[in-house]
Design a protein around this ligand. Structure first.
Ligand code: ZN
Length: 166
């Protein structure tokens, strides 16, 4: 399925993608993007698995167009967000047996200022020093500790099947 146009919508703020936006680059790839980058693609949001996490089930929710703040979301984008957070959380619970999901939004890192929400599976037995905000330590680990591309793909396909069935 080709990517939908992401620019020039009458109801949206100007959204010229800055050079070097990882999210917009992935969005532009459409069906050519890795499975982990398109676990679910709705009219307003795309769901990806973090490429650089040492924890399985670290999902990223991204608006389909380039915005950097919550206040720039359209009414439709905002309205779709809550149900999507619950939907992907349910898929994570079913897939990984997590006890809860964490939700966070910063969008501060260079190249990653495209608005995004982290929905993170908090699994049973998670190390105490990785609970709460310290879960972000999973994004600071060396590449050798990241969830492998093969496992990311496997998780993406499995989560997509659950989301499609939901
Ligand atoms: Zn972007």
């Amino acid at each position: 399925m080709p990517p939908e146009p992401t620019r020039g919508r009458a109801d949206a703020a100007p959204d010229v993608a800055p050079l070097g936006c990882y999210s917009c680059e992935q969005e532009a790839l459409g069906a050519a993007a890795e499975e982990r980058e398109r676990i679910l693609v709705t009219a307003t949001w795309r769901v990806a698995h973090a490429f650089n996490s040492s924890a399985e089930g670290w999902l990223i929710l991204l608006p389909r167009r380039h915005v950097e703040t919550i206040v720039e979301l359209t009414a439709a984008e905002a309205a779709d967000l809550g149900p999507l957070v619950q939907r992907v959380s349910r898929a994570l619970h079913d897939e990984l047996g997590c006890e809860k999901t964490y939700l966070a939004q910063f969008s501060e890192a260079e190249g990653f200022r495209h608005l995004h929400f982290h929905v993170v599976a908090r699994r049973p037995g998670a190390a105490r020093e990785r609970l709460g905000p310290n879960v972000f330590e999973h994004l600071r680990r060396p590449e050798a500790e990241w969830v492998t591309p093969g496992r990311q793909r496997e998780l993406a396909l499995s989560l997509r099947a659950r989301l499609d069935g939901a």
